[in-house]
Write a protein that binds this ligand. Structure first.
Ligand code: UD1
Length: 340
């Protein structure tokens, strides 16, 4: 049983990935600083898989703690690194917090990985690195555009750091996964997305409005050059996304990677507008959503959806779930956490 470290393993994508890893027979060690997650997720994961994961509360900004952690776990065979801050607006307000939390920690981790026998690394990146791509769907070779926010910048810089280290390291192998828009929740409704305060992302805002926690959803912009005037995104079910991490890790563990640094888009390949997302919610929930089209949100691109051929062929991975499936799972999760 290979031992895998999942940083940020109690968060939204991390927790779903821990479940998939355990179900594929990996031994998982989670570290998380609980800044945007809660410790009861450890039990929730166990209640799904029947397997206890080892959890250590640890802040990756503390270099000496990171060092002692790796000394204790010299047999780690791979690291999936989710731990990071991810709120775009907050990153504009607190750039140094984002650079410390997302970049300094990455450096500390890579320094420790270099000392291991097996330095296999999976990095959470984002389609935000493409900005408004000139061509759709977006391939991995599309140019990286200047970042719109410190958050986006940390993803770009993170990718560059890993690439530079891979060039000179005789050990490090890395896969960068550029997520499109992860949504939904585990079918058990035991784990899902738990935004703190007012949700910034569309789907949690929709489900919170549906359940009555928010009065109205603001649709940011109805005058985009798209069919219905609203932005287009590629919404991917978090369980599909989690499974991609497992196959990416297996690729490194089996040495089937073609290069020591590889990049994959993770999306469905299908773009949906904000209004289509709302329609999907209304269809699967039977709830009429109170929404209003308002002005555009600064920094939003018109359309982004993935070309998935590379991930499909090289990773042998394809999404299984539709937008409706993902929306229904998000709705069940929302109902479950509000005890409705
Ligand atoms: C956002 C981030 C992106 C990050 C991703 C992480 C921005 C500009 N981008 O992506 O960098 O990687 O989250 O999950 O913040 N919308 C509404 N009303 C709302 C919320 C959203 O109409 O209340 C619309 C947005 O305008 C957008 C779509 O829904 O068209 C999706 O928005 P969101 O879920 O925030 O994701 P992104 O902006 O694509």
């Amino acid at each position: 049983m290979d031992k895998i470290l999942v940083t940020g393993g109690l968060g939204f994508i991390g927790s779903h990935t821990v479940v998939e890893l355990q179900q594929e027979g990996f031994e998982v060690v989670i570290i998380d600083n609980l800044s945007n997650s809660s410790e009861d997720v450890v039990d929730r994961i166990e209640s799904i898989t029947g397997i206890a994961a080892v959890f250590e509360k640890l802040d990756l900004r503390d270099k000496s703690l990171v060092h002692s952690f790796f000394r204790k776990h010299k047999d780690i065979k791979g690291v999936i690194h989710f731990a990071a801050s991810k709120a775009v607006g907050e990153s504009v307000e607190k750039p140094l917090h984002y650079y410390e939390n997302n970049i300094t920690t990455l450096v500390y981790l890579l320094q420790e990985l270099e000392k291991l026998d097996a330095a296999n690394f999976i990095f959470s990146s984002s389609c935000t690195v493409y900005g408004q791509a000139d061509e759709l769907p977006i391939t991995e070779t599309a140019p990286v555009k200047p970042a719109e926010s410190p958050y986006g910048n940390t993803k770009q810089i993170g990718e560059e750091i890993i690439k530079d280290v891979c060039k000179v390291s005789n050990k490090l192998k890395a896969i960068v996964l550029r997520y499109f828009n992860p949504i939904g929740a585990h079918e058990s409704a035991k784990i899902g997305e738990l935004p703190i305060g007012v949700p910034q992302n569309l789907v949690p805002y929709i489900t919170q409005t549906g359940i009555g926690l928010r009065e109205q959803l603001s649709v940011f912009g109805g005058d985009y050059p798209t069919e219905d005037g609203t932005c287009i995104r590629d919404y991917i079910h978090v369980v599909d996304l989690a499974k991609a991490h497992v196959v990416a890790l297996q690729r490194l563990l089996n040495n089937s990677n073609k290069e020591t640094f590889e990049v994959f888009n993770l999306g469905t390949g299908k773009g949906s507008s904000v209004l289509e997302a709302i329609q999907s919610f209304e269809k699967v929930s039977g709830v009429k959503l109170n929404y209003k089209i308002v002005g555009r949100r600064e920094g939003d691109v018109t359309a982004a959806y993935a070309e998935t051929t590379k991930a499909n062929k090289e990773l042998g991975w394809k999404t299984k779930f539709s937008l409706d499936d993902a929306m229904l799972s998000a709705w069940k999760w929302e109902q479950n956490i509000r005890n409705k």
